[in-house]
Design a protein around this ligand. Structure first.
Ligand code: NAD
Ligand code: GLY
Length: 371
């Protein structure tokens, strides 16, 4: 088997391993044989990933005697919809999978979230494995079992917790990823440092250029540390009753920006998280919760990766304070219409602040240029 490191997600009865390394797409069969004992799987992927990596994965599975039928979906967030789910479930039924079979999700967060949700509900639940092919999916969405689709009322509003049986994060898959997507995934890497590990953040400050140039050593360490942090938090709080909410640093502000820009190419999810983390740090500083120097340092690191840190970088037109706050109130963490934010005390230390009033948010958003 190719060289890889393993991070364990320690969940009672549903523990699994995340394998991080190189050359794993080509050895997918050997890496998955013990979790696909029937030697048959349906690989769900999108057109872009199928074109770039589909044949490598098919050959890798077949080398170990695993036959693979491919379901290839259109790329993009719109596939993570009720229509996309209905189409996928129909095709899974046509493939005559039964409960002892295993589905393989090969792609970014869109494919992972949709396929995971289909696996959660297909014949009341079937196993699946994740082969994430974007940096975002490798460090975040493929681990932890959150699966979902979007509705016209918002993102990820319909879903289930359903843990994969294994995750194969092959750094080679990232070699074809557009730089913009790599940077968007890097926002989630920075998130782990900012939310809970100052030393990791300092390493990223030093090495972000090498990481974004795809230096495999730097990338492997960053993916491993990110996954280890996520695994540790998920093992402690799978259903987000407490600490898991910290993984949403930057997401409440970010989500509002995504909603206003149409959840598409104008602002990628990772870019929204970058801008959202900058806003969370500046909000904290403006309230005297963290020091200005910490906020400036966090913003510098986000900016250094070419991610947006200011509202004006996200959209030329002014954002509406009222609309942004409306979106923030609809966030899944909101309680009785009042906004919940993950806020930093310093770099590497964050907490959940409930009941953030509209007045506080309005004052802050106006100072950021919203009207
Ligand atoms: P994505 O799946 O849309 O992938 C981005 C683009 O890159 C797509 O066009 C895809 O076809 C392409 N692509 C994928 N792998 C490639 C490769 N190796 N080479 C070239 N192109 C490739 O987006 P994403 O950023 O991976 O994921 C975003 C989604 O993840 C959002 O829907 C978000 O809600 C979800 N998400 C979920 C969680 C979770 O915990 N479940 C966490 C974070 C984000
Ligand atoms: N991406 C946030 C979580 O998995 O909890």
């Amino acid at each position: 088997m190719s060289q890889h490191r393993i991070v364990k997600v320690a969940l009672d009865g549903r523990a699994y391993e995340v394998w991080i390394g190189v050359g794993m797409l080509a050895k997918a069969g050997a890496a998955l044989l013990d979790v696909i004992p029937r030697r048959r799987t349906v690989v769900v992927t999108d057109e872009t990933v199928a074109r770039l990596h589909g044949e490598t994965v098919r050959a890798g599975l077949e080398d170990a005697g695993i036959s693979a039928e491919f379901i290839v979906l259109p790329p993009g967030e719109q596939t993570k919809s009720f229509d996309g789910l209905a189409d996928l479930c129909d095709r899974l039924l046509a493939a005559q999978l039964d409960r002892g079979d295993v589905i393989t999700a090969l792609g970014g967060g869109v494919i992972g979230d949709l396929t995971g949700f289909a696996a959660a509900i297909y014949k009341r639940g079937i196993d699946f494995v994740q082969i994430p092919t974007t940096l975002l999916a490798q460090v975040d969405s493929s681990v932890g079992g959150k699966t979902a689709i979007d509705t016209p009322r918002g993102k990820n509003l319909i879903g289930a917790f359903h843990q994969p049986r294994r995750v194969l994060a092959d750094l080679d898959a990232l070699s074809t990823l557009p730089l913009r997507e790599l940077k968007a995934g890097y926002a989630e890497v920075l998130k782990y440092g900012l939310l809970g590990d100052l030393a990791f953040f300092e390493g990223l400050e030093h090495d972000s250029d090498r990481l974004l140039a795809m230096d495999h050593d730097v990338l492997a360490k960053a993916v491993e540390r990110s996954v280890a942090m996520k695994a540790e938090i998920v093992a402690e709080d799978e259903r987000e009753a407490g600490r898991r909410a910290l993984l949403n640093l930057g997401h409440t502000f970010g989500h509002a920006l995504e909603a206003e820009t149409g959840f598409g190419d104008a602002l990628l999810h990772g870019e929204a998280v970058g801008a959202g983390m900058a806003l969370a740090f500046r909000f904290s500083a403006s309230e005297g919760i963290c020091l200005d120097v910490d906020a400036q340092r966090a913003v510098r690191a986000i900016d250094a990766a070419g991610l947006p840190t200011q509202l004006a970088q996200v959209r030329e037109e002014h954002f509406s304070v009222e609309r942004l706050i409306d979106h923030m109130r609809q966030d899944k963490k909101a309680e009785s219409g009042s906004v919940t934010l993950v806020l930093p005390r310093r770099i590497g230390e964050t907490f959940v602040e409930k009941g953030v009033s509209s007045e506080r948010l309005e004052r802050f958003l106006r100072s950021e240029g919203a009207v």
